[in-house]
Design a protein around this ligand. Structure first.
Ligand code: PMP
Length: 398
């Protein structure tokens, strides 16, 4: 059966993580893998999440299966978090969600749903997008194409080109949008662009599929999804894949949800039945632990307030680190303007240096980042920022 199988090349980002681990340079800096880190390089369990976990372990009285669509408190709490507590959609009968294993699992179920709805659908992703998007779309048997998004040479959006490309699309097309904190560029759609894209979706009939993996990491929980909510208020149909990995710090618990918005409640029921059926074919039921934890947290006002404060702290730290990094680089008299880093949001930014410079900074300074020059802002700290700025300045001045 497997005699002819050859090993796949390692995942580039995981390769960088392995190389970082093996590097004995005491000054090494990891700006690669997309995980939030504190000043001392740790990814701790949030205190509010710890407390919810404690409640769960004190009260859970069975390990029998949970209902197929997931933990009800989780689904209710998360729908409110994403759509907004007073959103009229919540009582419209048009919204259905299922708990899935992480944002990735949610995306996969969503693309499988699209495949059942229209096997010839074509999924448009931003150029560039999160590396795994295309793989997940292809695994569901759908065709992908890229719409212009980021101008790497000038560190800005390709807004006009993007709108022109989206204006050519129609009802057989799906447009994958990053809700906020675009991965890998950090460059988000402006409120004006959200309006224009919403209007185009209504006019042309393409399906918006929104990936929300960083709500609360950009500005705050509400501002980060304002554009998404405007779009959802206008379009007849949409899909949303939400991850709790980053904002609840639940990475390994594989916690997320897929939400479908349908034209009518009858169609919403049909979509739900297919989402459940697809999940049944792949993994049957979602894992319980992460969803139950978030469900407890969001149903408890005090824990929710504590979590919001912790999330705001992570967000503020990343905004401060952006400013610190830009200042430190500019202090070293480099010609290039890095102020775009301050405008960008979330955990990632494209430094915009060449692949040769990425290699040089790794070889000469043990500073690790993705080949695209994407850096994880949370990997910067007050103890490594001078070293980082020195290295960057030296590489740029060569
Ligand atoms: N979408 C985007 C844009 C991401 O960056 C990530 C995580 N890196 C995901 C989805 C998947 O998140 P999860 O770990 O919850 O599967």
């Amino acid at each position: 059966m497997f005699k002819h199988m050859t090993a796949l090349p390692p995942d580039p980002l995981l390769g960088i993580a392995a190389a970082f681990k093996a590097d004995s340079n005491p000054k090494k800096v990891d700006l690669g893998v997309g995980v939030y880190k504190t000043e001392d390089g740790k990814t701790p369990i949030l205190t509010s999440v710890q407390k919810a976990l404690q409640i769960l372990s004190n009260t859970e009285d069975s390990k029998s299966y949970i209902q197929a669509r997931g933990n009800q408190a989780f689904l209710d709490g998360m729908e409110k978090l994403v759509l907004g507590a007073g959103n009229a959609l919540l009582d419209s009968g048009r919204v259905e969600s299922v708990q899935c294993p992480g944002g990735t699992g949610s995306l996969r179920i969503g693309f499988e749903l699209i495949k059942r709805g229209n096997p010839n659908a074509k999924v448009w992703v931003s150029g560039p997008t999160w590396a795994n998007h295309v793989a997940v779309i292809k695994a569901a048997g759908l065709e992908t194409a890229e719409y212009p998004y980021y101008d790497k040479a000038n560190n800005q959006l390709k807004a006009d080109e993007m709108l022109e490309a989206l204006a050519q699309l129609g009802p057989n097309d799906v447009v994958l949008l990053h809700g906020c904190c675009h991965n890998p560029t950090g460059e988000d759609l402006t409120p004006e662009l959200w309006t224009k894209i919403s209007d185009l979706a209504v006019e042309k009939g393409f399906l918006p599929f929104i990936d929300i993996a960083y709500q609360g990491f950009g500005v705050d929980l509400e501002t980060d999804v304002a554009g998404v909510r405007e779009l959802l208020s206008k379009v007849p149909e949409a899909l949303i894949a939400t991850s709790c990995s980053k904002n609840f710090g639940l990475y390994r618990e594989r916690t997320g949800l897929l939400t479908s918005i349908s034209e009518t409640s009858v169609l919403a029921g049909a979509a739900l039945s297919h989402m459940l059926n697809i999940a049944r074919e792949i993994y049957s039921m979602p894992p319980s632990y992460g969803g139950a934890t978030v469900g407890i947290l969001l149903a408890d006002e005090a824990l929710t307030a504590e979590w919001k404060a912790e999330l705001a702290g992570m967000c503020a730290r990343m905004i401060d680190l952006r400013a610190l990094l830009v200042n430190k680089i500019h202090e070293r008299g480099v010609e290039e303007d890095f102020s775009f880093i301050n405008r960008q949001k979330g955990m990632f930014t494209f430094l915009g240096i060449t692949p040769e410079q990425v290699k040089a900074i790794r070889d000469e300074y043990a500073i690790y980042m993705a080949g695209s020059s994407r850096i994880n802002i949370a990997g910067v700290s007050s103890s490594n920022v001078d070293y980082l700025a020195d290295a960057l300045a030296a590489i740029l001045k060569k």
